[in-house]
Design a protein. Structure first.
Length: 341
């Protein structure tokens, strides 16, 4: 178990969803060795072990095999508080998903999110968290995927059509599958390597009905402050992401350089990242992609300078990497974003 400390006053969004409105909330905290009043007041820290115990206890006490699905499908972006409001204020679904990727630690600090764009389909994959027992349960997987789809529905102001949903857990009994089919309305796959959603790339460009550029800017600052507070006491994954953000524009961000800054060997850093379900190369690509997309949305971005800042030896390597990340060339991405303004 990776004992990753989290600010107790900012319990992960998924935990808040599970505990919302439960009359036995205090009992759950007591069984996990936590004082509920301390968490509410923001003192101390919530560890990965305590988070695991809280979620596991909540799922067990529910006594309902469909608990995760039923709780998740009832969610709305408003249930995520400021993070949900920030997503809703984005101009497009793509921008909202990038917000989720950027602030993923506020909702899912023990998991990794990745958005893979292809010519014919996009895949939102959730991985990691292997050290937590709860991530291997059906209730957790159902809650996670149903919540993500429900968020898509509420952000778009209608149904978000999904082509396929993949679950890590085995197929449930036939008598329970109808509830899955009724909510997801797409192909279902079970016993898969990772939890994921597959949908059309065309959805990324859909405008959001609650889009508000000024409100988005106002919400970004407190979200950034909250994220930094989390990373200061978070696991090595958060520390690596922080170093990658801070190091953009400097010499190439290699695993050896980041390891030196964190005062450990590259081998130790890679081992600790593996325990937290992360990989250095993927974290670096995530930071680069998010930064590149933000810069390209401005329209006046200097492409060679952007490639240099991201650590690429030439613009051709940057073009190749950006196409791998997003499924399109950076110039096409910039034109599409400028056109939507």
């Amino acid at each position: 178990m990776v004992d990753q400390p989290l600010p107790a006053g900012t319990a992960p969004g998924l935990l808040d969803i599970v505990l919302r409105g439960r009359p036995d909330r205090a009992t759950l905290f007591q069984q996990a060795g936590l004082d509920a009043d301390t968490v509410a007041g923001g003192d101390g820290h919530l560890t990965s072990a305590q988070l695991d115990a809280l979620l596991g206890t909540a799922f067990t006490q529910a006594g309902d095999p469909l608990f995760g699905l039923r709780v998740g499908r009832a969610n709305h972006y408003r249930d995520l508080g400021p993070l949900g409001a920030l997503m809703a204020a984005s101009e497009t679904l793509e921008q909202a998903l990038l917000v989720l990727l950027r602030y993923r630690e506020l909702m899912l600090p023990y998991l990794a999110l990745a958005l893979h764009r292809g010519e014919h389909q996009c895949t939102l994959t959730v991985s990691g968290g292997e050290a937590l027992a709860v991530t291997h349960t059906r209730a957790h997987n159902d809650l996670l995927l149903a919540t993500l789809v429900a968020l898509g529905h509420s952000l778009l102001g209608g149904r978000m059509p999904i082509q396929r949903v993949a679950f890590r857990h085995p197929c449930p009994p036939d008598q329970e599958l109808d509830e899955y089919r009724s909510f997801f309305r797409c192909a279902l796959q079970f016993d898969q390597p990772a939890n994921s959603l597959v949908f059309s790339p065309a959805l990324l460009g859909h405008s959001l009905p609650a889009a508000d550029t000024a409100r988005r800017r106002d919400l970004e600052r407190p979200a950034d402050e909250k994220l930094q507070a989390l990373r200061r006491v978070g696991g090595v994954t958060g520390q690596v992401i922080e170093q990658l953000h801070a190091g953009l524009g400097e010499r190439p961000l290699t695993v050896h350089l980041v390891a030196d800054r964190l005062q450990m060997t590259a081998r130790t850093l890679q081992r600790r990242l593996h325990h937290e379900g992360a990989q250095f190369a993927r974290l670096r690509d995530q930071v680069r992609m998010e930064y590149a997309c933000r810069r390209l949305r401005r329209g006046d971005c200097d492409m060679p300078e952007l490639a240099r800042r991201l650590g690429f030896s030439d613009i051709a390597n940057f073009y190749h990497a950006f196409r791998r990340w997003t499924g399109c060339a950076p110039g096409a991405y910039r034109k599409n974003q400028v056109r939507r303004r």
